[in-house]
Design a binder for this molecule. Structure first.
Ligand code: HXC
Length: 517
């Protein structure tokens, strides 16, 4: 072997060592737990053969706690870039087989270097998290490393899309970086997120809880709202991230990708004509309305398990991405409560930051009444959704399918807060409140004095309905741009968004707004 061959063999040996991470035994343990390795995850996430690693030979510089003899290549995180559907993306993938994926200074700097590259080159960053949190042996250096990541997450917010998959036990600091990013994906039964785990919880509050109950995928996608999608397993998680990619742009200056479709923009969906039931309080599934309208019935729902009374997600119309925000009468009559408001606000802000036009489908009886809601801050949370729609400058179209009552009428992208096109179906009812509540207030005296209060109330309700249970008063005022048949809605939306493609609208110059958090 000559010198050149020796150098080449030496490099290959070191590369092999780096690829093995914590070694064959730990890799086997990872597999036994139903988890993939950091590199296997990257292979599934990215286009075949596109991954280029950066920082393979980085090692920590710590000498204490016996770490001088344990300096694995890569320091527990694989970083680099590659493509999804031929579009550039930066990826870091924590390696649980090395120090439990814990984060020390070298590990953190690999991630922040990658984030800098993503920011400077305007491409999304995806973090695959599997980490025991701050590396205890590195003390304040690891805390500082986390803080540097949080800072860059914040700097990158609204500049490039940031996506996180949580694919293992993410404890302590490991949860806050994903929490700042735009979307968090989890895998059922193998992913956990908590600030403190079950043992600490038991010591401090005497509560007994399993890791899955405390911070598993279902908990965070249904109860806390911290995560946006609970997948059956890691492979599904990685595929879903690829799917999401198809709807979003590379950065805040870019447009989402155009995807050719065979679904004609002129398609009429007759089934939509029968979607809204005769009885005003009978539920129907707004998911079916969305599917009837969008290309190939393909709706990529976000946060499906959390606040199902408001649906949010991505779809395409005529090949172009839109963000859909829709009240769903099939859950809690489509009312706006605290969770729905926060869910909607965050989604609207993502779409606005990344040039994704918004479609609002509205059937909302108002904000949720109740002590829990008032004490929990429905005013503050509802204001978030209001604020988000008010500040959004992307093209915004609303279709009122049935109820648009009270403050919720204003909030759901009304004309008054810069809805570009506001349509209503003939079944729309636009009023300050529902008939019964309204009649009880404005005819209180007449009802008290009536010989037959029940019949009198019925009459007043009929009168009120005749006046307000239609979209023509609002259309007469110009608050509704047109009244359209359900079946023709897709056609009108495709043309509407097409007309708005070059929209330019700006908010006043400011350092930043002060959304009611
Ligand atoms: C150093 C760690 C580590 C850590 C795990 N390891 N967490 N090393 N720092 N934080 C190491 C273990 O020593 C072990 O190494 C290997 O990773 C695998 O860990 P196990 O415990 O054997 O695995 P498992 O049983 O699956 O449990 C995983 C775990 C548990 C749930 C993550 O290890 C754990 O609870 N770790 C501590 C979590 C934590 O409290 N982190 C600090 C949070 S404070 P060997 O060599 O023995 O195999 C924090 C502050 C940041 O993060 C604040 C910023 C806002």
């Amino acid at each position: 072997m000559d010198d050149r061959e020796k150098r080449s063999a030496d490099l290959e040996r070191r590369r092999e060592e780096a690829r093995l991470g914590g070694g064959a035994e730990r890799i086997a343990q990872q597999h036994e737990r139903g988890k993939l390795t950091a590199r296997e995850r990257i292979d599934i996430l990215l286009d075949d053969g596109s991954f280029q690693e950066v920082g393979m030979f980085v090692r920590h510089q710590v000498r204490d706690f016996g770490l001088a003899d344990r300096r694995p290549y890569g320091d527990g995180v694989v970083t680099g870039f590659g493509t999804i559907d031929s579009r550039l993306v930066y990826v870091y993938s924590q390696d649980f087989t090395v120090f439990g994926g814990s984060l020390g200074l070298a590990h953190a700097r690999k991630i922040t270097r990658l984030m800098q590259l993503a920011l400077e080159n305007g491409a999304p960053i995806i973090g695959l998290n599997d980490s025991g949190g701050a590396r205890i042996q590195e003390g304040v250096d690891s805390l500082g490393g986390y803080a540097e990541i949080f800072l860059l997450n914040t700097m990158a917010s609204g500049v490039v899309p940031q996506l996180s998959a949580v694919l293992g036990p993410c404890a302590g600091g490991a949860v806050y970086s994903p929490a700042i990013t735009d979307f968090v994906f989890m895998a059922k039964n193998t992913s956990y997120m908590f600030v403190t785990g079950p043992n600490v919880v038991k010591t401090v509050t005497q509560e007994e809880v399993t890791a899955e109950e405390l911070g598993g995928a279902r908990t965070h996608t249904e109860k806390s709202g911290v995560a946006h999608m609970a997948c059956e397993n890691e492979v599904e998680c990685l595929h879903r991230i690829r799917d999401l990619f198809g709807f979003i742009p590379q950065n805040c200056e870019d447009s989402p990708p155009f995807v050719q479709t065979d679904d004609s923009p002129d398609r009429m969906d007759e089934a939509l004509n029968d979607m809204v039931p005769e009885h005003p309080n009978k539920p129907y599934d707004m998911l079916e309305v969305i599917r009837g309208l969008v290309d190939e019935r393909n709706f990529f729902e976000i946060h499906a398990g959390f606040a199902p009374n408001l649906l949010v997600g991505f779809a395409r119309l005529g090949g172009r991405s839109i963000g859909v925000v829709a009240n769903n009468p099939a859950a809690l009559a489509g009312v706006l409560d605290m969770d729905a408001s926060v869910k909607g606000a965050r989604f609207v802000r993502f779409c606005d930051a990344f040039n994704i036009p918004l479609l609002v489908l509205e059937d909302v009886p108002g904000f949720m009444p109740g002590i829990d809601q008032e004490w929990g801050g429905i005013i503050r949370h509802g204001a978030k959704l209001l604020y988000a729609f008010c500040e959004a400058t992307v093209p915004k179209i609303t279709v009122i399918t049935r109820k648009a009552y009270g403050g919720a009428y204003d909030v759901m992208n009304s004309k008054h807060i810069r809805g570009d096109l506001n349509f209503a179906w003939p079944t729309a009812e636009i009023a300050v409140m529902g008939p019964k509540g309204a009649v009880e207030i404005i005819y209180k005296r007449q009802l008290a004095e009536a010989d037959d209060p029940a019949t009198a109330e019925e009459d007043f309700i009929r009168q009120y309905r005749d006046t307000f249970a239609n979209p023509y008063i609002a259309a007469g005022q110009g608050y509704i741009d047109d009244i359209i048949l359900p079946a023709e809605t897709r056609y009108r939306l495709v043309r509407g968004f097409d007309m708005l493609r070059n929209k330019v609208a700006r908010n006043p110059r400011k350092k930043h707004g002060n959304i009611p958090l």
